[in-house]
Design a protein around this ligand. Sequence first.
Ligand SMILES: Nc1ncnc2c1ncn2[C@@H]1O[C@H](COP(=O)(O)OP(=O)(O)OP(=O)(O)O)[C@@H](O)[C@H]1O
Length: 204
Amino acid sequence: MTAPHLAAHDLACRRGDRVLFRGVGFALEAGQALHLAGANGIGKSSLIRILAGLMRPFAGSVERAGNVALVDERLALDPHQPLGRALAFWHAIDGTVPTLDDPFGLADLADVPVRYLSTGQKKRAALARLAAAQAPIWLLDEPLNGLDTAWAAKAQAAIEAHRAAGGLVIIASHQPLALAGVQTLAMADHVPAPQSDDGDGDWA
Ligand SMILES: Nc1ncnc2c1ncn2[C@@H]1O[C@H](COP(=O)(O)OP(=O)(O)OP(=O)(O)O)[C@@H](O)[C@H]1O
């Protein structure tokens, strides 16, 4: 795997008429992991989309070396296909072959149409698709949502294996993460102060 690099320089994000965050900066290298933490609506998914190149920052820039694979709430698998065929579609696009070890326990679900999978099964399918993409940079938006305790542990083991193989990972999550040496970016530290509208300026 080519050594990946992902850096954010003084990023700001505006959605509608609101600046969600500003001054976000970090630099990650192979093997490192960053946890984006913060309340609902603070801008974690928006930051992930900026890092993935799907949204322009309001200010600042992203520096990236290495391909990106993204997992978010949108399942990029054809809901009308059986899971095996839906995953095979991506193998054909990526030029990869399915691994035999089945780390996400999907073998028994290969004939089930994607739309009939449970929430946790869909998340496991998304993680299988992620791993198959063979991209060094993983951007994960709530990757543990919907997983039971055992599968959440296995998903984190897959993240650790990816790091050990030279990948880097950014994870937006409300759940505590059991990842070695994971860094935390507290989004609350980057929320702009509200504009004062108390009229003080009029009386100075
Ligand atoms: N297209 C849009 N136009 C305007 N505002 C938007 C748009 N998309 C999202 N927002 C707003 O941006 C804010 C941040 O959303 P975002 O999904 O990034 O938050 P989040 O931290 O990931 O939240 P959660 O923890 O609930 O997933 C929210 O207030 C949301 O309503």
